[in-house]
Design a protein around this ligand. Structure first.
Ligand code: MRU
Length: 345
């Protein structure tokens, strides 16, 4: 992407309003924490790594409203701001990992003044931003080794530049494969109900001039059966320490289908998407979103008003269905507790 999905600019957070894509590419300028919280909540900024970066910048926005030079009060204020940001969305662990990182910085520097603390928090948030750019490119290189020219791959939701600062996790693999001159096709699942695949993934892949075909989610099985898919690459919102991975609803069904059709199924995610406090996928909190997302399309109702609706935003794919997890540190084949733990040593 030419300009980043999210950045820190003149004391504000500038982000692409993804709810408007693909019709308009507009930016939102967040000058306060509330506006940023809402941007996360309504998915103007979305995708686990981008939400993490947004959380770091959110702390900086919160910092601006603190007046005075009492560093004890300043710490309390930052904890309060962090707790508030943490209520925006529950599943992407990058959000909580970044907030923990910002708090750890405070805890490590008990002797500093308020202005010094403001400076190190700013440095930390900007370091998180730069790290995202670097690790996405590293994952891209590792993952591209798994794609051969002539192959067709599938993805779901949007794990691209729009879900990170500017490159992507699963789509970063495709960008890297393209940079090394491989020729391949991508099938993008539309990703009901909010259509991140149709609205966002195809938008960014077309801009990158990657051969892209959009399918409805319920067409994936038949494409696999026709042997038209060689591999599936998706992102993740939270990975448990045994490799079980939560990602956009519908990912699990793709993994089951992939197993049945003997197609490799890859998760592409940085170490910041692992939850070191969670042993298995059973403990991953799954966000449930509002009924209106399911019973209407644009402003048009697509179901009778009174119908009951179930709308989980994510599902969990067990490690045994995952061929490998691609991280910035390399590829973990057949992920399990032992191999995932080794990532952190
Ligand atoms: O609800 P969303 O759009 O935030 O869901 C995003 C996903 O499920 C992505 O696949 C995941 O965050 C990985 S993004 C690199």
């Amino acid at each position: 992407m030419n300009s980043p999905t999210i950045c820190w600019q003149r004391g504000c957070v500038k982000l692409i309003d993804q709810t408007k894509l693909p019709n308009k590419c507009e930016y939102i300028i967040c000058r306060d924490v509330k506006t940023l919280w809402k941007a996360i909540k309504v998915l103007s900024v979305r995708g686990a790594p981008a939400i993490g970066v947004a959380a770091g910048f959110g702390v900086l926005l919160g910092m601006k409203t603190f007046k005075g030079d009492d560093s004890k009060k300043f710490r309390k204020h930052i904890y309060k701001v962090s707790d508030y940001i943490a209520t925006s969305r529950p599943t992407a662990v990058n959000l909580f990992n970044v907030l923990d990182r910002m708090k750890t910085v405070l805890a490590r520097h008990m002797d500093l003044s308020v202005s010094q603390l403001k400076k190190i928090l700013t440095d930390e948030a900007l370091a998180i931003y730069e790290e995202d750019r670097r690790v996405c490119r590293e994952m891209g290189k590792h993952g591209a080794s798994l794609i051969k020219s002539g192959q067709s791959v599938m993805t779901v939701c949007n794990a691209g530049a729009l879900a990170t600062v500017d490159y992507g996790t699963a789509l970063g693999v495709f960008y890297s494969a393209k940079e090394s001159k491989k020729k391949f096709k991508v099938y993008a699942c539309e990703t009901r109900p909010l259509l991140q695949g149709a609205r966002l993934t195809t938008w960014e892949l077309l801009r990158a001039k990657i051969d892209t075909t959009l399918i409805c989610d319920n067409m994936a099985a038949s494409l696999m059966k026709k042997q038209q898919i060689d591999a599936i690459f998706t992102g993740a919102d939270r990975i448990a320490m045994n490799g079980d991975s939560a990602n956009k609803i519908g990912t699990y069904s793709l993994a089951v289908l992939a197993k049945h059709h003997r197609i490799p199924f890859y998760i592409v995610a940085p170490r910041s998407t692992f939850d070191r406090k969670i042993k298995t996928g059973r403990d991953i909190p799954i966000e449930e979103r509002g009924r209106e997302e399911v019973i209407s399309f644009g402003n048009r109702p697509t179901a009778p008003k009174g119908v009951k609706v179930y709308n989980p935003a994510f599902d969990v794919t067990e490690n045994k269905l995952i061929t490998a997890i691609i991280t910035e540190k390399g590829i973990i084949h057949a992920p399990n507790k032992l191999k995932v733990n080794q990532l952190f040593f």
